[in-house]
Design a protein around this ligand. Sequence first.
Ligand SMILES: *[C@@H]1O[C@H](CO)[C@@H](O)[C@H](O)[C@H]1NC(C)=O
Length: 275
Amino acid sequence: MFCVFGLLVIVAAVTIVGPVQAVPAAAHLTRSLNADPLWTKWPTSNISYYIDASYTPEQVTQIRAAIDKVSKDMSGCITFSETSPQSPEFKIHVTPNKEGSKVKETRCFAYPGIYVPLKDSGAKEQRVVLTDGPTGCFDGSLHPLMKYFTVILGKINEHQRPDRDDFIRVNQGNLVANTVNIYREHTEDGSKGACPYDYCSITHNQPDVYSKEGEDGFIVRNKPFYIPKLNRLSECDCKDLSSIYAGCDAAKCEPLNCADLDGAEGDEEEEKPVE
Ligand SMILES: *[C@@H]1O[C@H](CO)[C@@H](O)[C@H](O)[C@H]1NC(C)=O
């Protein structure tokens, strides 16, 4: 059944690369949340999920830790509640597998919110795909796992913002085949938000993912001239999500001055414990 929806997404993707409508310059800087009506935010700030039985105990531990850290970085105003596969509410199914199959996906992905046609069809779950292997997202850190639990809340990938060309220069020729959509830009209509472009967003790709061996898929045009890989939501990730979830207060988001982060590419920021 999900194949049908997959096809719809592809159709939708083709549709929304159409002409970008003129918008005021100020709005141009402020687009990091999904606003495409195909996806919607979760109805409450307490989101149910279950973890597929096919993961190893170690992977389950990492997934739970990533979920917990996203919630903590939101000061607990968004919670994820583990439930059973049979529970009746619409929930997240964390899985490495293709829809209705034991065959693993090769890449990790999540939609930016509830996929409305799926929920409307009466489905009781939506996948967040976290898979291992060479193109998967288990690298021993929480960062790549946290990313997909941020996206599923309604955050679009930062490198797909409509204004991204002012901040990164994508080199399509360096990307591996079949990944042109990875850097497809969202339209002004399909995105919203209040933050300037954010190299520290947990949703921002590293330059070397989806690129050919030894090549970078994009260059970083401004400070800090690399993409920090932090095991935390950025201040703007938190503020954007705070604007759409009840009970969240953007003033509680942990400050982060991304432009002034220094150190070699891939350096991790020293983190204060957040309890
Ligand atoms: C979230 O929902 C679950 C199950 O419905 C409930 O047990 C849990 O207490 C709720 N958590 C919060 C923080 O509301």
